[in-house]
Write a protein that binds this ligand. Sequence first.
Ligand code: COA
Length: 248
Amino acid sequence: MPDIIVSDDGAVRTLRMNRPEKKNALTLSMYEGMAEAIEGAAARDDLRCLLITGHETGFCAGNDIGDFVEMTTSGALGAPILRFLHALNRSEKPLVAAVAGRAVGVGTTMLLHCDHVVAAEDAVLSTPFVALGLVPEAASSLIAPRLMGHARAFELLVMGRPLTATAAKAAGIVNTVVAAAELESAALAAAREIAALPPHAVAASRRLMRGAQAQIDGHIEAEAEAFRKRLVSPEAKAAFAAFLNKKK
Ligand code: COA
């Protein structure tokens, strides 16, 4: 099975992260797969909504930490990561997410680009960037304070305190919390509801609501610049080694 499964059902394209043995930690090839699926939908008039989902045991454990370690030698941030983040920002198609279990790092920050998020009762969102010696990415340092105010965004992005599904709903990231067994059907129903609306009116409304795309693109790049510097810092190297040595 591929680690990103893309399937089209009527007007809804589903992107499923499928590396459950690693809690859907994202590799560079997975970022490529996600970016391709989002970019590829742009040229397809028949596709009107994208649904991003993971596994019932976990949405996404963030960037693969082994990949982070490889990046520490080059100091480069993998191009597929930036391609995926820009694809999220530039998507003209509405984005829906279905989240079960842990959503860590980019697993949480990608949700800030989604238009509608359904979470299972067991979902937990967290962004341990600073504990890993890193800085926030995916324009989360711009979008999260706008969404929930500086103090709550600081608690999430800098202090790294996790949000339960209910707390994420209160913070404005999640729309609906459902029983785990209902997650996929509830998210698909929402995606189909959006897909049934007049697509050009949806696209125009999204554009108006999301603010300047170029500003978000610029913020993604500014964060990436800071991220690259942090990746090679002693703080980050020590944090990555601690995670990778834990399992030995
Ligand atoms: N990168 C690489 N491997 C990861 C990973 C990541 N981000 N997240 C999980 N894994 C691996 C684990 O090392 C483990 O591998 P192993 O079976 O070969 O030992 C496997 O996935 C299962 O993870 P495990 O930690 O045993 O599952 P859990 O249910 O106890 O905990 C998490 C799940 C997501 C809470 C925990 O794995 C975690 O904290 N991961 C790191 C998240 C992170 O910091 N991401 C980066 C954000 S910037």
